[in-house]
Write a protein that binds this ligand. Structure first.
Ligand code: NAD
Length: 359
C-alpha cells in the first residue's frame, strides 16, 4: 500500500511523541512492505507564532490531500490568555468541522502491567475494555445562538444544544459497526428526562438499533452513566454519546486506565478518512525533557492502520509490540513507580519499532 499521512506535531511534547509514532509507522512499512509518505504542517500555538492562525489554509489543504492525519497536541501557557484574539484550541474545533470529523472514538483498555496506575481497585477495572463514541461536530459546542446576551437582569449568556436526526443516526451507525467487531453491545447516553434534543437522540438511537438486531442495546441517562463507569466499567462495550456528554464521559473513562500517556483516539469522517491523536495535551511541564510517554500516539497510529488503511495485522503488530515492551518492564517516568526500567521518549519509540521489526 502507498499511503499519504499528514503529521501535525503541534506544541509542547507533540513533536516529541509524533516523531516516535512516525518511527513505528516506518518500521511497519518496512516489515510489511508498505510505503507511508509523510507530510508535515503547522497547527496550534506554533502556527499562531508563524502565521497568526492556529489552522492555516495550507495546513487544511495538506490534510485534504492525505489519507489520514496524525496530530500530537496543541496549546500551552504561551497562548492560553483567555483574552487572546486567537487560541490554539480554535484550530482543533476548525479542523474537526472543516474535515467533517463527526465521530470521536476513544478506546479505554487496561494493560495488566499497568493496573496499579488506576485510582480504582484492581477488581473493578480488571476487565475494562470499552470504546467511547462521541459526536464531535454538533450539539451544544456548535449550536446557535451562542454567546453573551444583554438581559433585563444584567449579564447573561446562551448556548444551544441542537441535533438533527441525520447527525444522531450517522453517529449511532458508527457505534453499532464498531460494536459488531467487538462484544456486540451499545449503550446510548442521553438526558431524555429533561432535554428535547436528548428525546430526539433516544428516538433515533432506537430506530438505528432496530437495524442491528445482533447487537445488544440499552439507553442510560448521562448522570447514571457517570456513576456506572466507575462502579461497573467492565460491563460497557461501546458507549455512544453527544458532544458535551461524550466529552465529559470520555475523560472520566480515560482515568480508569490511570495514565494519560497510554490512550489513543480517532476522529472519523464519512468514508475512511480520519484524524488520529493521543488524548493527552501538550504537557508543557515536561516538554523538551525527552521523558514524554509516546505510547498513546503510537497506539493512535495503530488505530489509523486498522481503521483508515484496513491493515488489521499491522495494527495488531504495533499493539502487540507495545504490550511486549511493557511486559518486559520498560516504562517512561509517568508509568514507572516501582523499580521498572526507566526509558525516555526516543528509547521507548525505538523499543516498539524494533519489536515490530523482530516479531
Ligand atoms: P496535559 O494532558 O497536557 O497534561 C496533564 C498531565 O499529564 C501533566 O502533568 C503532563 O505532564 C502529563 N502528561 C500528559 N501527557 C503525557 C505523556 N504523553 N507522557 C507523560 N506525561 C504526560 O493536560 P493539561 O496540562 O491540562 O494541558 C496542557 C495544554 O495542552 C493546555 O494548553 C491544553 O489546552 C492543551 N490540551 C490540548 C489537547 C489537544 O491537543 N487535543 C488536549 C488536552 C489539552
Amino acid at each position: 500500500m502507498d499511503a499519504k499521512i499528514t503529521l501535525l506535531p503541534g506544541d509542547g511534547i507533540g513533536p516529541e511523541v509524533v516523531a516516535e509514532a512516525e518511527k513505528v509507522l516506518a518500521a511497519v512499512g518496512s516489515k510489511f512492505g508498505h510505503t507511508f509518505e509523510f507530510a508535515r504542517a503547522l497547527a496550534g500555538g506554533i502556527a499562531i507564532d508563524q502565521t497568526g492562525n492556529p489552522l492555516p489554509d495550507e495546513t487544511l489543504a495538506v490534510c485534504r490531500q492525505s489519507d489520514a492525519v496524525l496530530l500530537g497536541a496543541v496549546g500551552g501557557p504561551k497562548w492560553s490568555d483567555p483574552k487572546a484574539p486567537v487560541r490554539p484550541e480554535q484550530g482543533l474545533l476548525k479542523i474537526r468541522k472543516e474535515l467533517g470529523l463527526f465521530a470521536n472514538i476513544r478506546p479505554v483498555k487496561i494493560y495488566p502491567a499497568l493496573a496499579e496506575a488506576s485510582t480504582l481497585k484492581r477488581d473493578v477495572i480488571e476487565n475494562v475494555d470499552l470504546v467511547i463514541v462521541r459526536e464531535l461536530t454538533g450539539g451544544i459546542y456548535f449550536g446557535q445562538p451562542q454567546g453573551p446576551v444583554d438581559g433585563p437582569n444584567g449579564r447573561a449568556a446562551i448556548d444551544t444544544m441542537h441535533y438533527t436526526e441525520a447527525e444522531v443516526a450517522r453517529l449511532m451507525h458508527v457505534a453499532f459497526k464498531i460494536a459488531r467487531q467487538r462484544r456486540k453491545k451499545v449503550t446510548s447516553v442521553d438526558k431524555a428526562n429533561v432535554l428535547a434534543s436528548s428525546r430526539l437522540w433516544r428516538e433515533v438511537a432506537h430506530q438505528v438499533a432496530a437495524e442491528y438486531p445482533d447487537v445488544e442495546f440499552e439507553d442510560v441517562l448521562v448522570d447514571a452513566c457517570a456513576m456506572h463507569l466507575i462502579r461497573r466499567p467492565g460491563d460497557f462495550d461501546v458507549v455512544a454519546a453527544g458532544n458535551l456528554f461524550g466529552d465529559i464521559l470520555s475523560d472520566e473513562a480515560s482515568m480508569l486506565a490511570g495514565s494519560m500517556g497510554m490512550l489513543p483516539s480517532a476522529s472519523l469522517a464519512e468514508g475512511k478518512f480520519g484524524l488520529y491523536e493521543p488524548i493527552h495535551g501538550s504537557a508543557p511541564d515536561i516538554a523538551g525533557q525527552g521523558i514524554a510517554n509516546p505510547l498513546a500516539t503510537i497506539l493512535s497510529a495503530a488505530m489509523m492502520l486498522r481503521t483508515t488503511f484496513d491493515l488489521p495485522a499491522e495494527a495488531d503488530a504495533v499493539e502487540a509490540a507495545v504490550d511486549s515492551v511493557l511486559a518486559r518492564g520498560y516504562r517512561t517516568p509517568d508509568l514507572a513507580w516501582s523499580g521498572e526500567t526507566k526509558v525516555g521518549t526516543e528509547e521507548m519509540g525505538d523499543l516498539v519499532a524494533q519489536t515490530v521489526i523482530e516479531a
